[in-house]
Write a protein that binds this ligand. Structure first.
Ligand code: NOJ
Length: 751
């Protein structure tokens, strides 16, 4: 049947040849899909071509959408999730429209569809590509069962500013970690067979630099010079292309004066020419029209012209291509070949997704949603994503001596808020909260007292605190569940103050004063400045919003059925004034030496130079609250015997780095060992450390293992003073350790 349709199309195309003066890509010859695309293109009217470049948001079926699909004036719909409606619109596309081109159906499936996994920043704390791939796979299976075939994920923006609400959706601050985990997510969504029944197209976003918004304020301008762009912000996107990402999304920000949706350098030069990307690029939501507000275009027509000429193939809901491309073509401001190339890219992905062969979903496949194995995987992800920040006197895990627990705090039983941002399709009725999990698992053995203390994270009311103090007095331990409501992070939800909101800190302090030890469990969408709260707590377990199964995961961690192993994918500042604060910074000419005089130690009328002229904040020093890569376990690990296969290398060599790691504590556990490198002297200044490898090392109590990292020296290349990506010969330092601040050190030379 399929073959007959295409034989027909080919014949038609031969008959129509000459009617259309489009150019075709040289590379198309010999490739079956490309031939089919060419055949289709030859039959398409300009309106139908522009239709493919038009994405609309579904706002309920009112006949209008059906009509647009029927006329071929829309290529993609987002925000439609009713499988029957999707099937019915696909049917219009496939049976009633002239050229029978299927729709691509987009949705923000970010950290789960129905079964919600930890927010991406939490997943990143697992440092576990397989876990992340599995999570994306489950999200894809659930989403595909409703007819969604395209997700706007992963978000692989490098995020170094916790004020920025979208840090929640990121994989953290590090280019290497983000590259590895982003590629894993793409594989999970797409699999190796994009036309498989449960594969959905990925859309790495936001291209590019969005995470560097000034002041961490969403949508704000960025000023990333080309070298920094290439060394820090582009690598995760290049890795995404290598992982086979089908589509890309432009970002909202203007970088150095050029909004991404009008940025030919990034879209054409870098993405198409340097990386040979052959999928399609969609704008972000109205980001083409927003180039008018940016002051980059005077009206919608100019915005359409700049976007299409820059390389944005599909317009997400601005509808400016539909309005203006025809006229722009007639005026010679946009070339036919530009439009054809955009349509070709869109059709290519529709072919690769297998949509021409089977655009429909079988609506009896719905039982995959909230499947038991999905919930179990979500729990596993929440366990691996939890980060133990403090555990004084090994107060955790809770032992048999605990007979009464006081559970307090606004996040103990907040089924909506623990799901985190971007859960359009998640349902809080399926959430298992920590309170519920503790009651279910331990309610018959342990007395569990509960009062919120404060109703929600921003609540300023202190009336509830005395009740919390009262149950704290009767308990052996306080479990204080604090953090952020989900609405406080995510798109457009930036903050300038990262302390616990409302009266949560007062609540912790008040219960701590009872003398009953406090374990603070944080659930939040970003790093928080919780130094004061940590001081009042014997232990701190940090969970970036952990999703549907956060409760059982946390219960297992608290009672030692699981051992925390997550590591921070982002630096935690002590105070907002330290931001931006990230481990891979360059050195100043006057690095902090340690021992400088801090604010409270300065004598009055101190002399101008008495404090030491180095780079630090008088009131905060230079240290973060917790560094990148940090995270404790219930056991302890010792690193020893670091050795390199060779200390004299060339750029084409491969360095083997071995280290012994011993589990010196009492629990079987997994350590995430991290390898960092510093290029000591170069034609441009280089970061003091860069993560180059990490590995999970499972170790039984008392066990010792040797782990070996393989590092091709070619991976030390960077964009140098001549904007060439090369390994510059010279001295290098290397560390292997448990986080970005500790580790064994060695050195080598590249000749
Ligand atoms: C705007 C967001 O920036 C983007 O990430 C998202 O995919 C689109 N809206 C579609 O919802």
């Amino acid at each position: 049947m399929k073959d007959k349709i295409f034989a027909g199309l080919l014949l038609l195309s031969i008959l129509l040849q000459g009617c259309d003066n489009q150019t075709t890509q040289a590379s198309t010859a010999g490739n079956d899909t490309e031939r089919k695309i060419d055949a289709l293109l030859k039959q398409m009217t300009l309106e139908e071509k522009v239709g493919q470049m038009n994405q609309i948001s579904f706002s309920g079926e009112n006949g209008k959408v059906r009509e647009l699909v029927c006329k071929g004036e829309v290529g993609s719909i987002l925000n439609i999730t009713d499988p029957d409606m999707i099937n019915s619109l696909q049917q219009v596309a496939m049976e009633e429209s002239r050229l029978k081109i299927p729709l691509i159906i987009g949705r923000d499936v970010i950290h789960g569809f129905k079964t919600i996994f930890p927010i991406p920043l939490g997943q990143a704390a697992s440092f576990d590509p397989q876990l992340i791939e599995d999570g994306a796979r489950i999200a894809a299976i659930e989403a595909a069962s409703t007819g969604i075939n395209w997700t706007f994920a992963p978000m692989i923006d490098i995020a170094r500013d916790p004020r920025w609400g979208r840090i929640a959706e990121s994989l953290g601050e590090d280019p290497y970690l983000t590259s590895v985990l982003g590629a894993a997510m793409i594989k999970g969504f797409q699999t190796d067979e994009l036309d498989g029944p449960t594969a959905i197209a990925a859309c790495p976003k936001h291209f590019v630099g969005y995470g560097a918004a000034e002041a961490g304020k969403d949508y704000n301008s960025t000023f990333i010079p080309e070298r920094l762009l290439r060394n820090v912000y582009l690598p995760s996107f290049e890795a995404a292309v290598k992982a086979g990402a089908a589509t890309f999304m432009t970002s909202f920000n203007d970088n150095n004066g050029v909004p991404s949706s009008g940025n030919k350098f990034i879209l054409d030069q870098v993405l198409r020419k340097e990386w040979a990307f052959d999928g399609f690029v969609v704008s972000d939501w109205t980001s083409i029209a927003e180039m008018i507000s940016h002051g980059f275009c005077k009206d919608g027509k100019e915005a359409a012209e700049k976007a299409v000429n820059a390389g944005v193939d599909m317009d997400m809901v601005s509808e400016l291509y539909v309005k203006h491309l025809k006229e722009l073509l007639q005026e010679g401001k946009v070339k036919q070949s530009t439009i054809d190339d955009a349509v070709r890219s869109i059709l290519r992905i529709k072919f690769r997704l297998g949509l021409f062969d089977n655009p429909y979903i079988s609506t009896d496949a719905k039982e995959v949603i909230y499947a038991e194995e999905h919930l179990q995987k979500a729990k596993e992800a929440a366990i691996e994503s939890a980060i133990l920040l403090k555990n004084e006197a090994n107060i955790l895990p809770l032992g048999d001596h605990i007979k009464t627990i006081a559970v307090i705090g606004p996040m103990a039983d907040a089924p909506h808020d623990q799901l985190g941002t971007w859960i359009f399709d998640g349902d809080k009725n399926h959430t298992v909260t920590p309170l519920k999990a503790l009651q279910q698992q331990y309610g018959d053995k342990i007395r569990i007292l509960y009062t919120q203390g404060t109703a929600y994270s921003r609540d300023m009311e202190t009336n509830g605190i005395p009740a919390a103090v009262s149950i704290a007095r009767s308990a052996d331990i306080v479990l204080a569940f604090v953090g952020e409501e989900s609405i406080l992070s995510g798109e457009a939800h930036s903050l300038s103050n990262l302390n616990l909101q409302g009266v949560q800190s007062e609540l912790i302090e008040a219960v701590a004063k009872t003398g009953t030890p406090v374990v603070t469990i944080v659930m939040a969408g970003r790093p928080l400045t919780i130094g004061r709260d940590a001081e009042h707590s014997k232990a701190v377990l940090f969970n970036f919003h952990p999703g549907t199964m956060g409760g059982p995961a946390i219960a297992d961690l608290l009672f030692g059925k699981a051992v925390p192993g997550g590591k921070l994918p982002v630096t935690f500042p002590k105070t907002v004034g330290q931001i931006p604060l990230y481990y891979a910074h360059n050195n100043t000419g006057r690095p902090y030496q340690g021992g400088e005089t801090l604010l409270n130690d300065i004598p009055s009328e101190a002399g101008q130079t008495s404090l030491g002229n180095t780079s630090f904040h008088l009131d905060a020093g230079v240290e973060p609250l917790y560094p990148f890569g940090y995270g404790l376990s219930y056991t302890t690990f010792e690193y020893s015997n670091l050795r390199l296969s060779n200390t004299q290398m060339t750029a084409s060599d491969v360095l083997n780095v071995s280290v012994d790691i011993t589990n010196t504590g009492n629990y079987d556990a997994t350590e995430i060992a991290q390898l960092y490198v510093q290029d000591c002297f170069a034609s441009v200044t280089r970061p003091v450390k860069e993560l180059k490898r990490f590995d999970h090392i499972p170790l039984k109590a008392g066990e010792k293992k040797t782990t070996t990292f393989t590092l091709p020296i070619a991976e030390l290349a960077f964009y140098n003073i001549d904007m060439k990506k090369i390994v510059e010969p010279g001295d290098f330092n290397l560390w292997v350790g448990p986080n970005s601040q500790e580790g064994l050190k060695a050195s080598f030379v590249v000749n």
